[in-house]
Design a protein around this ligand. Structure first.
Ligand SMILES: [Cu+2]
Length: 486
């Protein structure tokens, strides 16, 4: 059975009672009735049929029906113009997705919860649960779009899982890069509001959106691609993995930020509300912290394979891009003034370094707030900021960021990797900041970084494993590049 809002408090109380008596979660009655969201690759053929069936039914409904595919997608975002404008200008749930805020994880959990009920009802399977795309693996086959999403036809008609607009390559079996899916940086953070939520939103979340591209690369259309929902189920699962590793969500109602996270209400459409008639309802963060007890679902696995170093393919694409670039493109880089950089990242690597050296075309970047003696204490953080970022709304690639890459290139680039720049739902004109402290600290410890003025930054475009040429690259423009210590 599903837990509806009506039964939720009863179930919650029952679970509290049970939890006080029983230590094993499997013995908890609330767990026993949970739906289990499965890894898509483990679904049976009939479960895949149910998924396709449900999507097809939702897609057949008119866009002003709150249970239709377009209405549900428009809750995330909808285009303001063009041939597919916002079709449901309802006052409450249009284009309300939360990104770049500490509601990112909780809002998307609520969104998936109500969507899963609608899709389940449309599928005809009373035990339907939303599957997840488990791409957080070093193995290439896990990083491919599942085969069922790549076949244009299903029973001699269009396959609802197939979206032609995706980046070239993914529908042909191309794979996400290891840097796109690696959740380790996010998972090792310990504070939900200030770091974990934000880092998980960046990688893998934003990076997977930008890599898949097409509809997935744009907030206004992303949820129209069925892989969106499986991608977000995996992000939701990673949140629970982090909890199971001993971390905790905001809990303190006396702390204003915690209270805002716990108590802010968001609107959705619940098919079970109003005695099954369906109605608009609200949920808060406090009501979605325990998926089994409060929402009635679990995941089939809470593990990730994080041994990315064991796959020699990880990092290989970046090496090939940089090797070609260093040989052939070196002289094509522009030279910038020392006080203001206005530059565009667009489909080829860029290196910025200081001080200006005799090796053209490197760039002399003023650096502020640097401590006179170059150490980075544990209390100090180093940030790389792209100021005044503007970008094509339809992103189809992201950038890996490396610090102080040596020449010639080392076999292993990982020690120089500082993170990703992926723009999805990022405010136009805003400052994009990356915490590079860990990489800087490691390079100091290895004796490779001895002078703060010697930092160089390399941006390497990426989308698909093995892709070294970017034919119609989306661009990112910024007004200045800064590195600061705080
Ligand atoms: Cu998303």
């Amino acid at each position: 059975m599903r837990i509806t809002l009506k039964t939720f408090r009863v179930v919650f109380l029952a679970a509290l009672l049970a939890a006080s008596l029983v230590l094993l979660p499997v013995a908890n009655p609330a767990y026993a009735q949970s739906l289990v969201r499965k890894d898509f690759t483990t679904l049976s053929p009939s479960e895949i049929e149910d998924l396709k069936q449900g999507i097809e039914v939702m897609q057949s409904l008119p866009a002003d029906d709150p249970t239709s595919w377009l209405y549900q997608a428009n809750i995330h975002g909808c285009p303001n113009s063009g041939d597919a404008p916002c079709l449901n200008p309802g006052p409450i749930v249009q284009a309300t997705c939360q990104h770049g805020s500490f509601f990112f994880l909780s809002w998307h959990r609520m969104y998936l919860y109500y969507f899963e009920k609608i899709l389940g009802a449309a599928s005809g399977n009373p035990n339907f649960a939303l599957p997840y795309w488990n791409y957080t693996y070093p193995n290439r086959d896990r990083r491919q779009l599942p085969a069922a999403f790549r076949e244009p036809l299903w029973n001699n008609k269009p396959n609802p899982l197939y979206i032609e607009e995706r980046n070239d390559g993914f529908n042909d079996g191309g794979a996400l890069t290891c840097t796109a899916v690696d959740p380790r940086r996010a998972l090792r953070e310990t504070d939900f509001l200030t770091s974990f939520n934000r880092l998980l939103e960046s990688t893998p979340h934003n990076v997977v959106h930008s890599s898949i591209g097409g509809w997935m690369g744009q907030v206004s259309l992303a949820a129209r691609d069925p892989i969106f929902w499986l991608h977000h189920a995996n992000i939701d699962r990673l949140w629970d993995i982090w909890i199971r590793e001993g971390n905790s969500n905001p809990t303190d109602p006396d702390n204003p930020e915690d209270r805002t996270w716990l108590e802010t209400e968001f609107w959705f459409y619940d098919i079970d509300a109003n005695d099954g008639e369906g109605d608009f309802v609200t949920l808060t963060g406090a009501e979605v912290v325990d998926t089994a007890v409060q929402l009635g679902y679990l995941y089939d696995s809470y593990e990730t394979d994080q041994d990315f170093a064991s796959n020699p393919e990880c990092g290989d694409t970046t090496r090939r891009i940089l090797t070609n670039f260093r040989k052939e493109e070196r002289n094509r880089l522009s030279l910038f003034s020392s006080t203001l950089v206005t530059d565009t990242l667009s489909g080829s690597p860029k290196v910025f370094s200081r001080p200006f050296s005799s090796k053209p075309p490197f760039f002399n970047q003023r650096r502020s707030n640097v401590e006179p003696k170059f150490t980075l204490s544990s209390a100090t953080s180093e940030f790389l900021t792209l100021e005044g970022v503007e970008y094509d709304p339809e992103q189809n690639l992201f950038y890996e960021v490396y610090l102080n890459l040596p020449t010639p290139l080392p076999a292993n680039l990982n020690p120089y990797y500082a993170g990703n720049i992926a723009l999805f739902a990022f405010p136009q004109g805003g400052d994009y900041t990356l915490n590079i402290s860990d990489t800087v600290r490691d390079e100091i410890a290895r004796g490779e970084l001895t002078n703060p003025d010697d930092i160089s930054v390399t941006f390497v475009p990426a989308a698909l494993q093995g892709q070294t040429v970017f034919d119609d690259p989306s661009s990112i423009r910024f007004k200045n590049l800064r590195i600061t210590a705080q």
